[in-house]
Write a protein that binds this ligand. Structure first.
Ligand code: HQG
Length: 186
């Protein structure tokens, strides 16, 4: 893939994330209650907005090669597996989480988190990872990364509901401070 093509692919995949998680309805694209939009509608929108010439096949390639498996395609429709700010019902079954899950964040959020617990902020859920590496990468997006441990199974036993997205991200509405613990950096 040449550099121009790579740049276009990145633009298209960013636009997809924006539309499917946040902007579709605002941009006039029909989305059902479960977060699905027609791939055809998305391709048309992207092409007219960016004067690009993407195709359904290119979108399928982006979905198949996405490093976090962010999207699912089914019957000509596409949706994001997690990360929404618009109200969608992903119809995920509740799942019993492992003993410990991790949340990656930035140092500068730590004080506030340790005061109020983890909040979903602009998204629907707090996003948790099953391994440290992923959590660190998530944290790095916000600044100097720090990973917080969560006593997830204990939370579930106390009545908190957990969901597992189709791409392996654990979702929960909130995590009160009493279930959080700090990890050593080493
Ligand atoms: C922080 C990416 C202050 C929270 C990732 C986070 C993930 C608080 C930020 C997915 C707080 C919200 C989601 C509190 C939480 N006080 N700060 N009480 N509670 N925060 O982006 O988890 O690459 O909405 O720690 O891989 O970083 O986009 O959430 O730092 O799965 O596919 O508020 O997005 O996936 O940031 O990331 P975000 P996130 P993609």
């Amino acid at each position: 893939m040449n550099d121009d093509k790579k740049r276009n692919t990145i633009r298209i995949s960013k636009m997809m994330a924006y539309l499917l998680r946040h902007g579709a309805v605002k941009e006039g694209i029909t989305m059902d209650n479960h977060g699905w939009i027609a791939i055809h509608d998305m391709v048309e929108f992207i092409n007219s907005k960016f004067k690009l010439m993407t195709t359904i096949d290119e979108v399928k390639y982006i979905v198949a090669s996405d490093n976090k498996q962010r999207y699912t395609i089914k019957n000509g429709m596409i949706r994001a597996n997690q990360g929404h700010s618009i109200p969608v019902d992903l119809q995920l079954a509740s799942r019993e989480p492992p003993d410990i899950l991790y949340h990656g964040t930035a140092q500068h959020f730590l004080e506030s988190i340790m005061e109020t617990g983890l909040l979903s902020m602009n998204r629907h859920h707090v996003h948790l990872s099953k391994d440290l590496e992923t959590a660190l990468a998530v944290g790095r997006r916000h600044g100097s990364p720090v990973v917080i441990g969560i006593h997830a199974n204990k939370m579930a036993r106390q009545g908190f509901t957990f969901h597992l997205s189709d791409n392996g991200v654990w979702l929960v509405n909130t995590v009160p401070v009493r279930f959080l613990f700090l990890l050593d950096d080493e």
